[in-house]
Design a protein. Structure first.
Length: 484
């Protein structure tokens, strides 16, 4: 059966069930009539009336099936519903004087029409049936269908239409959210950057909570839960300040599902003034099964209650987004490691002089870790000398990390401090009050590679392995003969 592409799979299934129900009612009626005719249980005139009603249903089913196969789907739906109205009205006209419950047949078009029509159109069908019912009551007279009884049935038809229309509306909305959620989850498989993830998340979350072009943010953990970085945004007057300390008060409430916040409060927490232009904001966590790896925030004018299906779709898409971000991070890390390995394994163009080796070493460190502060420190005649530094002045480094550097030159293994704020062994200066440090000794050369990042726990095990490999290469380069 050819159906419009915008209808959900569940809706298409219900449409097919409605068509089969028409056939079932018609064939069942004919079967009962045939059996009754054989046993002589009902009068002949009642048999004829029942067959007429069944024939109308069969005609409606045949008309809808034929036009559907011809690709005229809107016409098919119209014919099907019109046939249902005709058959049910015919049942009232022919059977009202013999069966008090005959007007109940008018409820069938309300059910079948609710599967394909919007609530206003369904109410229109109900009013048409009410008019036909009133006309039938007037024509048949009070002996067959009293006016008060017809009024009761009319009220029931209108109430049933309103209730069924609202029920189907909610069903369609839930199904649409579900289908769109699955589609967006599939789109996330192809994302390559955080901006790509945001391009999928922003319109989806906005559609679910019912907003238009409002400010929205994609936030990532910058360190161990102490700060959030804005990695993507839309509909902001200006880009958020980089490096600002952003926290989300009460975000522990959003471990499993989205949470509504006051726009002004969230604007203060995140340091993004544009969020204050809207009274409400919805924050959906991106959870990968181990914890929250990011948060998507979308502003709104008013709080909107989200049904269970909408929340499940949000959680489903959020989980895929978290996986996509993790995949992107992994791909970026692998690419960075590949570039670093290329540099480490090909040392043919490394300069022979100490300054050139130090420059090459810090470039390799940058490729490996991306740490903002890097230094090449050597011990000469018992004194520490900073031969090259990036992100910090040599004198400042030596004055604020002298004890740590001295200890690192005497160690056979790397010295790593995941969080300097919790380690007071080396009397670090205020420049290194918080963050992570790695000091990698170069065996046999009295050299230390120093790295510092303002964020805690930024030296991964894979980075450390590459840094140790770099120290081995430096050991060979610094001790090789200089008269080639």
């Amino acid at each position: 059966m050819k159906t419009p592409p915008h209808r959900s799979e569940a809706e298409r299934t219900l449409l097919e069930l409605a068509q089969r129900a028409r056939l079932g009612f018609a064939l069942g009626t004919i079967g009962i009539v045939a059996v009754a005719r054989q046993v002589g249980g009902i009068p002949d005139d009642l048999l004829v009336r029942a067959i007429a009603v069944a024939g109308a249903l069969l005609l409606a089913a045949a008309a809808q099936e034929a036009t559907t196969r011809l690709g005229r789907f809107p016409v098919a739906l119209t014919l099907g519903i019109a046939g249902d109205v005709v058959a049910s009205s015919l049942a009232v006209v022919l059977l009202a004087d013999r069966a008090a419950l005959a007007p109940a047949a008018l409820l069938w078009p309300i059910f079948s029409g609710g599967l394909v029509l919007g609530e206003p159109a369904l109410l229109f069908v109900a009013f048409v049936e009410v008019l036909l019912l009133a006309g039938t009551a007037i024509v048949l007279g009070p002996g067959a269908l009293p006016l008060e009884q017809a009024a009761g049935w009319a009220l029931l038809v209108l109430v049933a239409a309103a209730a069924n229309g609202e029920l189907i509306r909610r069903f369609r909305a839930a199904q649409r959210v579900t289908e769109v959620g699955f589609a967006r989850a599939a789109d996330l498989v192809h994302t390559l950057t955080a901006d790509d993830v945001a391009d999928v998340l922003f319109p989806f979350v906005a559609e679910v909570i019912g907003v238009g072009a409002t400010p929205r943010l994609l936030l990532r953990e910058a360190d161990t839960g102490q700060r959030l970085d804005v990695v993507a945004h839309a509909h902001l007057g200006a880009s958020p300040a980089a490096g600002a300390k952003r926290t989300l008060t009460g975000r522990d409430l959003a471990q499993d599902q989205g949470v509504w916040f006051e726009g002004g409060r969230l604007a203060r927490d995140l340091g993004v003034d544009d969020l204050a232009r809207y009274p409400r904001a919805f924050a959906q966590p991106l959870t990968d099964g181990h914890g929250v790896v990011g948060i998507v925030v979308v502003s709104a004018i008013r709080h909107r209650h989200l049904g269970e299906e909408a929340r499940r779709s949000l959680e489903r898409v959020a989980a895929h987004a978290a996986s996509a971000l993790a995949r992107i991070d992994l791909a970026r890390m692998v690419e960075r490691q590949r570039e670093a390995l290329t540099v480490l394994l090909d040392t043919r163009d490394v300069p022979r002089d100490d300054a050139g080796i130090a420059r090459w070493a810090l470039d390799a460190v940058r490729r490996i870790s991306g740490a903002g502060t890097r230094a090449f420190v050597r011990r000469r005649a018992g004194q520490l000398l900073c031969e090259r530094a990036e992100g910090i002045e040599p004198d400042e480094l030596l004055s604020q990390a002298m004890q740590l550097l001295g200890s690192a030159t005497q160690r056979p293994v790397p010295l790593v401090i995941p969080d300097t704020s919790t380690d007071d062994r080396y009397a670090l200066g205020p420049r290194f009050a918080r963050g992570s440090i790695a000091a990698i000794p170069v065996a046999g050369a009295g050299v230390v590679l120093f790295l510092y990042d303002e964020l805690v726990d930024r030296v991964s095990s894979s980075d450390l392995e590459l840094l140790v490999m770099l120290s081995h290469q430096l050991s060979l380069l610094l001790t090789r003969p200089r008269s080639d």
